[in-house]
Design a protein around this ligand. Structure first.
Ligand code: NAP
Length: 303
């Protein structure tokens, strides 16, 4: 069965090239005719791994002319996912499955609502990749991808293809807990690195602020029925800050490059969920306001 990959950015290209390298059928779906022409001129997607570059001539198509889709990996940013999936709805075969790679929460529900009869598998990945040129992806950090479906605990049959492609993964019935935990870690670290203009390790100078955010985030996780995601949150945040002290967070890098952030699906989603549960989290709210002001001052979207 063909892997259709929507979005040939960092993570989409990392998946596409590894699946293609394993001899599995892969097709890219690109945004528009101009992007398709540029891709065809480049001749394929290049994966750079351990300083070795190798190109894969993966076929690509447009949403309007996509071949019938049975398995779709949605590899856009959270804010693009719903709109990007929309034109593909008429091309989905009966029984089609989607794998949603988006970070944070909120975009998955938005996509799933449009597809009430289609299985949506959610993913939470710690793999790292970036583009060092158009149609070129650098595999920057080995990691692991958790996959799961909150509505259907049985694992899909195609998981063995990931193994075959060398994509480290695990299947979990508790993918929402994983996504919430990652969201909470992100909320406790990333916005502060933007506001203090520092690497992750710079937050060691702001322990009280980190600590109070962890208390509020744990309260939120408890309130929305995710006690496992709340368990030991502060300790893990401190561990991550120490282990990644020399790194710049993904949100920091987005802002530094003048790119739109996924704020609405991370801190924004946390604050909106708290409001829905009538939970007052003043420090988290204040952080959200400060971050939006900071983005606005730099001409970046606040959603
Ligand atoms: P990215 O490099 O910006 O790639 C997103 C891709 O989606 C771009 O190639 C973009 O096309 C494409 N796209 C957007 N709208 C589209 C449309 N309507 N039709 C077709 N393609 C469309 O983003 P990323 O870093 O791979 O991130 C994807 C998701 O994975 C995010 O939620 C991110 O947080 C998460 N994630 C990323 C990493 C990582 O290391 N990169 C790690 C873990 C999680 P153009 O090229 O034409 O702009």
């Amino acid at each position: 069965m063909t892997w259709h990959i929507l979005g040939a950015g960092s993570l989409g290209s990392l998946w596409a090239t590894r699946l293609a390298r394993a001899g599995l059928p892969v097709r890219l779906i690109l945004r528009d005719r101009a992007r398709l022409r540029a891709y065809e001129a480049a001749g394929g997607l290049t994966l750079v791994e351990q300083d070795q570059a190798r190109q894969y001539a993966i076929p690509a198509e447009l949403p309007s002319t996509a071949s019938p889709i049975s398995r779709l990996l949605v590899a856009c940013k959270a804010y693009d996912a719903e709109a990007a999936v929309q034109p593909l709805l008429p091309h989905l075969s009966p029984g089609a499955e989607l794998i949603l790679l988006q970070n944070g929460l909120g975009s998955q529900d938005a996509v799933a609502l449009r597809l009430p009869h289609t299985r949506c598998v959610l993913a939470s990945s710690t793999e790292g990749a970036f583009r060092d040129g158009d149609w070129r992806v650098v595999f920057a950090g080995h990691g692991f991808t958790w996959l799961g479906d909150p509505l259907q605990p049985a694992a899909p049959i195609w998981l063995n293809e990931l193994e075959h492609a060398g994509i480290p993964y695990g299947w979990t019935p508790d993918i929402l807990s994983r996504l919430w935990r990652k969201l909470a870690l992100n909320c406790a670290i990333n916005p502060l690195t933007v506001l203090y203009d520092c690497r992750n390790g710079g937050l060691l100078e702001h322990p009280a602020e980190v600590s109070v955010l962890c208390v509020e985030l744990a309260e939120l996780l408890q309130r929305c029925g995710q006690p496992d995601a709340a368990d030991g949150l502060h300790e893990e945040v401190l561990r991550v800050i120490q282990a990644t002290a020399a790194n710049y967070s993904s949100m920091y890098q987005d802002v530094a490059h003048g790119r739109r952030t996924e704020i609405s699906y991370l801190l924004g989603h946390a604050c909106a969920t708290a409001t829905r549960h009538r939970l007052s989290l003043p420090h988290l709210d204040r952080l959200h306001t400060r971050l939006k002001t900071y983005l606005q001052q730099r001409g970046l979207p606040v959603t």
